[in-house]
Write a protein that binds this ligand. Structure first.
Ligand code: SF4
Length: 234
């Protein structure tokens, strides 16, 4: 078996154990156990957490039914207004659907479409094996047009993180990285930086390195700072 196949089967085993132990939520998605099929395989329904009561009904009248793990791609593509969701962890997953699946492997596959790589990251973090990268290191590594992002000021970086990463407006992930080794994130509440600060049965979504949207935002903010400084000089 290749290393990737071994890691996949290990992650699936961990995930199945997590489900068996009462795992019930990932991001805005609720995972509802639905007994077993004729072969004794566990059945589940996935839905938006705010639709969980309706999805418990035998035939949820107000929810659209899906039944393939890959349907998660379509469901997660756009928000309730029909706008494309560039960030899968933004807090605007649309409601009005449920996804009926059988077996932990299918649930894991669907969640990987909703939140790519998050299950693997969670188990690596739990085992102390998830590498985290400070924001300054991520910005220093940028090349081409994104190279300028490294010039963002300390105050600008804090404001940028607050604007992009806030859980209520921007992104549901817990942030594991600092701005730099001696500069923690000070612009977000402590629970945003604490993977353990989740509800019972909830798997936290983890951010171990700043995403491309934050890097792009850093570039724009650094350019605005540079323009303001040169106006001040003239
Ligand atoms: S940097 Fe991380 S927490 Fe912030 S918006 Fe991107 S993925 Fe979310």
């Amino acid at each position: 078996m290749s290393d990737t196949a071994t890691e996949n089967s290990t992650t699936l085993r961990f995930f199945a154990d997590w489900l068996d132990a009462g795992g019930a939520r990932v991001g805005q998605i609720a995972i509802l156990p639905r007994g077993t099929d004729g072969d004794g395989r566990a059945k589940y329904r996935l839905c938006h957490r705010d639709d969980a009561d309706e999805a418990q009904n035998a035939t949820p009248a107000t929810l659209e039914r899906y039944h393939r793990a890959g349907d998660a791609l379509e469901i997660s593509k756009s928000n309730a207004r029909g706008d494309y969701r560039p960030l899968k962890s933004s807090p605007d997953l649309r409601r009005g659907w449920y996804l009926a699946l059988t077996g932990a492997a299918a649930v894991r596959e669907a969640l990987d479409f909703f939140h790519p790589a998050m299950i693997g990251s969670f188990f690596r973090h739990r085992d102390g094996a998830l590498r985290t990268v400070p924001l300054r290191q991520t910005l220093e590594r940028q090349t081409g047009m994104y190279r300028f992002a490294r010039n963002i000021s300390p105050a600008g970086a804090q404001a940028l993180i607050r604007e992009h990463c806030d859980s209520t407006r921007g992104c549901l992930k817990k942030i594991l990285w600092p701005v730099s080794a001696d500069e923690p994130i000070a612009s977000l509440p402590p629970e945003k930086l604490d993977p353990a600060a989740v509800a019972a049965g909830e798997m936290p979504l983890l951010c171990n390195e700043a995403c491309h949207l934050l890097v792009a935002g850093a570039r724009l903010a650094a350019k605005r700072e540079a323009a303001a400084a040169s106006e001040g000089d003239s």
